[in-house]
Design a protein. Structure first.
Length: 319
């Protein structure tokens, strides 16, 4: 009888090793982008109840890798894995409920699954749960709980959570207002390339909020953000080059950055670009282009642009 138990134990161990090896093989095929070979293995293992396979099969259905894209089937397999406590699947299932991917949008269920994954330390879920608490998505708005979950994710190095935590400290939402801690978390996120954190950190250095005032560092971080398309930072760079106080004066570079921001609808940049065209700062003087940009800014209620627009029209009439 003891021999039989030993044989059964060895057999079960061999089967487990085989299943694990097969899943590893599927992962290898997937990594090599041989999806058509990975999917059949994942389907077999998922049907047998392996949560890792169920989750990855859901990914295949979501992405259309090796199989026809099908969000409903992605949700089906995510749920199978999520019910077994697989954190990545719980998070992805939450995302599906939040956005209505393959299933009817339901923020309450999104929160339910985010929380399941967040409790297991899944940083993305912790961040999303924080967003839900901050905005009242699927749950009663609660800034303190938002801060709690942002901090959990931020401590794991999740850049968006670090930025949002900085915003909470900046505005005193859910926690006592603290400029130093705001700047601390902005910097953590900015170093990782978060564009909003870079712009906010630039503003901190410019104004001396939570850090010693340093215009050079303000320019450094605003330029980082401007390069990623943040309009406020693009305008800041344009103004910096126009004034020449923190960088060498360069009207051509000022126009470059004003135009970048103006094209994205920044009223201050549109007005400033109008001034450049009216006066020939960094560009050939062109009243028609000046009018164009003044009108764009004026349409947004920019008072200086309105005044400049009226003055330029009068100037053109009197010529």
């Amino acid at each position: 009888m003891k021999h039989l138990i030993l044989i059964l134990a060895l057999l079960l161990n061999a089967m487990s090793t085989l299943a694990q090896g097969t899943f590893q093989e599927a992962c290898q095929f997937y990594t090599q982008k041989q999806y058509s070979k990975a999917v059949p293995i994942l389907q077999k293992l998922a049907t047998e109840g392996l949560p890792e396979a169920q989750y990855n099969l859901g990914i295949c259905y979501k992405m259309g890798n090796g199989i026809q894209q099908d969000y409903k089937k992605a949700v089906y397999w995510y749920e199978k894995a999520a019910m077994q406590g697989f954190a990545s699947a719980q998070y992805n299932l939450g995302v599906c409920y939040a956005n209505g991917y393959g299933i009817q949008q339901d923020y309450k269920k999104a929160v339910y699954w985010y929380e399941k994954a967040a409790m297991q330390g899944f940083a993305s879920a912790q961040y999303n749960l924080g967003v839900c608490y901050a905005n009242g998505y699927g749950i009663q708005q609660d800034y303190k709980k938002a801060v709690y979950w942002y901090e959990k994710a931020a401590m794991q190095g999740f850049a968006s959570a670090q930025y949002n935590l900085g915003v909470c400290y900046d505005n005193g939402e859910g926690i006592q207002q603290d400029d130093k801690k705001a700047a601390y978390w902005y910097e953590k996120a900015a170093i990782q390339g978060d564009v909003y954190a870079q712009g906010s950190l630039g503003a901190c250095y410019y104004n001396g909020y939570g850090v010693e005032q340093d215009y050079k560092k303000a320019v450094y971080w605003h330029e980082k953000a401007a390069m990623q398309g943040l309009t406020g930072s693009q305008f800041f760079m344009g103004a910096s080059y126009q004034l020449g106080e923190w960088v060498a004066k360069d009207y051509s570079k000022a126009v470059y950055w004003f135009e970048k921001a103006a094209m994205q609808g920044n009223a201050n940049a549109q007005s400033a670009l109008g001034v450049c065209y009216e006066n020939g700062y960094g560009v050939q003087k062109d009243y028609n282009k000046a009018l164009y940009w003044y009108e764009k800014a004026a349409a947004q209620g920019h008072e200086s642009a309105m005044e400049n627009l009226t003055n330029l029209r009068n100037k053109m009439k009197n010529k």
